[in-house]
Design a protein around this ligand. Sequence first.
Ligand SMILES: NC(=O)C1=CN([C@@H]2O[C@H](COP(=O)(O)OP(=O)(O)OC[C@H]3O[C@@H](n4cnc5c(N)ncnc54)[C@H](O)[C@@H]3O)[C@@H](O)[C@H]2O)C=CC1
Length: 486
Amino acid sequence: MSYDPQPEASHYVAGGYIEDTGGAPLEVVYPFTGARIARLHCATDRVIELALASALEAQEVWAAMSGTERGRVLRRAADIMRGRNRELSELETRDTGKPLQETLVADATSGADALEYFGGLAATLTGEHIPLGTDWAYTMREPLGLCVGIGAWNYPTQIACWKAAPALACGNAMVFKPSEETPLSALKVAEILTEAGAPPGLFNVVQGGGDVGAALVADARVAKVSLTGSVPTGRRVYAAAAERIKHVTMELGGKSPLLVFDDADVEDAVGGAILGNFYSSGQVCSNGTRVFVQRGLRERFLRRLSERLEAGVVMGDPLDEATNIGPLVSAAQRDKVMGYIRQGAREGARLIHGGTAGPGPGFFVAPTVFADVTDDMVIAREEIFGPVMAVLDFDTEEEAVARANATPFGLSAGVFTRDIARAHRVIGRLHAGSCFINSYNDAPVEVPFGGVKASGVGRENAKAAIEHYSQLKSVYVRMGAVEAPF
Ligand SMILES: NC(=O)C1=CN([C@@H]2O[C@H](COP(=O)(O)OP(=O)(O)OC[C@H]3O[C@@H](n4cnc5c(N)ncnc54)[C@H](O)[C@@H]3O)[C@@H](O)[C@H]2O)C=CC1
């Protein structure tokens, strides 16, 4: 590591770092060693007020610029971010514990994609002309105003950019609160936007936990709240936003099904299940953690899965690029995941691989596979958010679809089969927002991402996100006399 992860100050407001040591201390721990790497302070009321006020001011300036000018700033930010990818990836690895092998390709790069994509769209956000005989109407696509973004700890840079890029492209300003577990990289996103030419205050970062998030959501000047987090938090934030009829985007948790039929390519299906359960040590909301395998393929699937885990897992120092499994974000998350593993064993699931914590002081959990899991087991019902795969058996397509849908969540779903008609038929019947055929967990910026049912409201990425950061104004234009009844 070539630099100190300790930022200049805790918050980024009005185009620069600010500190208020009156806020509760916020310790940042490297999940590989458990050692403190930075010390920040939670935002005080004063910091929150400064952030909101400066965002309101910046928004007016920003919205008055042309889409082309706004887009140029975002695309410049994308280039700066790509140029600093290694440094940003190392910081992300320190903050989250995710292997550098991953952060080099999935965090700042994904953030840069969002800035580039929405930078490109900014100039195209127009209304329409509606002819009505001699009269006519037109629509204008307007920004919402001041948006609040609240992040989870698994993809701090990506989450900040997936929210900021469409918000700013539409002419909004944002106050972003990262997860208190991973507060560092959003500050870099703010620095980069300033360097790219964003007006001071356009994108502010304030630190803190749920209370700081709640204060932002409650503020009457905030027009929209976009949260990435768990379903219980989503429920609270959605309710608070409803008090003032605010717009919301809710990217929440899941317990997604991955259906593997007898005719699937077993290597691809195993690969999909690995990507959909163990990437980022399983701390991915869209993970396909209920792997339904048709009975005829089950033993081969489990054998190849075990062999590939046995031969392929490199658990260790996340800054070593050979490492492909890092620690979980915190000791608390490790303990929670280990609790689920014990629960799975108690409920009678068959442990095929892993099941242990460690090694060392880091918050590791070995990639874990349970077979013979049944729908009623807790490990098949609750989001674990760790490297725990539940393999369930099924006989018929009808049965698999019904069981896959029997969950309050609906974020993602996948199907592995060589039968193209079945693939589309099954996907058509699954209740999920982000689906995959013979693949799992791809999330390019061009494709809408988000859930149905308890997994969320709204979509991130793609043109769909524009709908969630802008509103239409309709203007009726009468060309003739007004004929009033009296
Ligand atoms: N659908 C998606 O796109 C994604 C969803 N997630 C979900 O996030 C969860 C894991 O992340 P965590 O950080 O543990 O989630 P969390 O729900 O505990 O916290 C999320 C964020 O909300 C804030 N918060 C908590 N209470 C609040 C309140 N009352 N008002 C305003 N803000 C509040 C937290 O400080 C944090 O920044 C998992 O359930 C996962 O599935 C994670 C990544 C992506």
